[in-house]
Write a protein that binds this ligand. Sequence first.
Ligand code: CP
Length: 303
Amino acid sequence: MKNRSLISINDYSKEEILHILKIAEEFEANPRQKILENHVIASLFFEPSTRTRLSFESAIMQLGGKVIGFTDASSSSVKKGESLRDTIETISLYSDLIVMRHPLEGSSRFASELNDTPVINAGDGANQHPTQCLLDLYSIMQTQNTLDGLDIALVGDLKYGRTVHSLVIALSMFKNTRFHLVSPFELKLPRSIKDFIIANGHTYEQYTDISQVIEKTDILYMTRIQQERFADQLEYERVKNSYILENSMLENSRDNLRILHPMPRVNEIDENVDTNEKAHYFQQAQNGVFVRQALLASILGLR
Ligand code: CP
């Protein structure tokens, strides 16, 4: 994995993904190893973020590395009209690796092809979010002790949800995944990804009602209906409250059920669920530090 960019989750093989998850366990046990003392990482966020940016920055700092970058492109020379190409070419001269979030699908791939500085895609529009996917897989493994043979319910915005797209592709590398796809009609998983599920020997069913899946799933992966992805705000208003998970809905769920959410949450999980033993979304966010440490160490040739 040394010096290789991570743009889409299928840039890595199943074996390489499992290798990252294994190293992440080491960092969970000992997250403050000073292995990045001689490294500078650029953190370029052209879109808002809390977990991805700050868990990357925490991961880097705990490992003794330095972070440069911006949290708002309007504070950079992009504001003066500088192109993405010139921005990346310049920042590559100042850093060993670039972490980038950008609203345009394909922007991270474009950046990764400009020169030899590795790029990690921290989310490109509605396309992919591969590092979220790695921490989602880590959290599933942590709670189910396997990535094979699981019932996975994905709920909410399956059309624009980049975390969903990456996770479905990754879980399709494992054995016998049964996907339960719950969304409003307008926000169904794209046809190309459903075809990918079938082509890889897995199954899926589609639902509009969340109560139809809660009793038959191991992972309940809730997602936000993303206002910023809608061209038509009336359509957003129509679907924004489609799913609100409450404790009472979990009464007949499997003992091993765990609730994940890439976050941020708006209202799709009632705050009372946070103390339910099946809620795992804050631990999931914490796992982001260990998994991103493992990824950085692998790409920089330190693991
Ligand atoms: N999961 C995720 O990408 O969260 P942020 O938008 O806060 O980074």
